[in-house]
Design a protein around this ligand. Sequence first.
Ligand SMILES: Nc1nc2c(ncn2[C@@H]2O[C@H](COP(=O)(O)OP(=O)(O)OP(=O)(O)O)[C@@H](O)[C@H]2O)c(=O)[nH]1
Ligand SMILES: [Mg+2]
Ligand SMILES: [Zn+2]
Length: 342
Amino acid sequence: MKSINNLVRARVVSRDRHLYTLEDPETRTTVTQVSVTGSFEYTVSGPHDFPVVGDWVMVDSLSPGGRIHQVLPRKTVLSRKAAGEETVQQVIAANITVLLLVFGLDGGRNFLVRLLERALAVAWNSGARPIVVLNKIDCANPEEREDSLWAARNAAPGADVLGVSALTSEGIAELKSLFQPGDTLGLLGKSGVGKSALVNALGQYQVRTGEQRKADLQGRHTTTSSRLYHLEHDISIIDSPGLRELQIWSDAQDVGSVFEEIREVAQDCRFSDCSHQGEPGCAVQEALNQGYLDWQRYQAYLELMKEQAYLERRQNHRAILEEKQRWKTISKTMKHHRKPGW
Ligand SMILES: Nc1nc2c(ncn2[C@@H]2O[C@H](COP(=O)(O)OP(=O)(O)OP(=O)(O)O)[C@@H](O)[C@H]2O)c(=O)[nH]1
Ligand SMILES: [Mg+2]
Ligand SMILES: [Zn+2]
């Protein structure tokens, strides 16, 4: 065990509220019921600073009751907007190098291009390399396969796109060939698309997989919390619960990365802050009219940009409120300490 100031390095494999299961990277033995120290809790700036699955942490003892003192700098951060009204960043997992964006080709609404675009924005924001996985290809006829693969490749020009089946193992070897030793894989997708089944297909695990409701082909949220598993060649994979709603957590640049061809054309707009909605000298409008850009992708781009701008405004508003609150607290404390006669 490597030790610095009597602290050892370990990886978070699962989390249950504020209790963590950690793993010794050398022996791969796990220890449960680990929490953070009091001073850690005191110094964090928000929920996103607490350890999540995939994090590397420094812990004083790899035994139950051990305390986490520090979260080591994250290489990537997979986040989404927490469900509900508030604009809060919820970190799903850390240090994912390859993010599998999983869809199901079993009909229903389990593969939609609009959903893929959102997932891509989240992936670019996280820092992980996205791979689009169209699972359940065994359920699709040749024409459906071809159409879906074409639509996905068109929507994700910068990413690998694969059709696979966790059930028959079709395409699984090809998927594996895209990973490198040391990778940490993440899984992003709706409930029931086969994320846990993919963990099983990739690693001969027997993670519990779920049934689907017949009526709408939606999953039942079988996986309830994230957990890290090991595959061969020093590759790990984090299985996560399906997202009910993929609330994006990204900035304008991430959305731009999803629509790279629009971003490229936009460099020729007369105004650098052109919104591409009717300004004079807009290269995007021009390209649309000439048929160089796709109208549907343009509409999707505007929509995602709008949503992302709203998110940013809400975030700024929240930051201002937090700053106000902080000063209120500070001035209260100062008043409290002020001696009479000052
Ligand atoms: N036909 C077919 N069925 C599959 C495939 N992959 C998964 N399934 C089935 O789809 C259902 C849901 O699979 P899960 O792996 O539990 O889905 P999940 O994405 O982990 O769902 P949550 O944990 O709820 O987010 C199960 O009944 C699987 O057996 C596939 O490639 N082909
Ligand atoms: Mg699952
Ligand atoms: Zn423009």
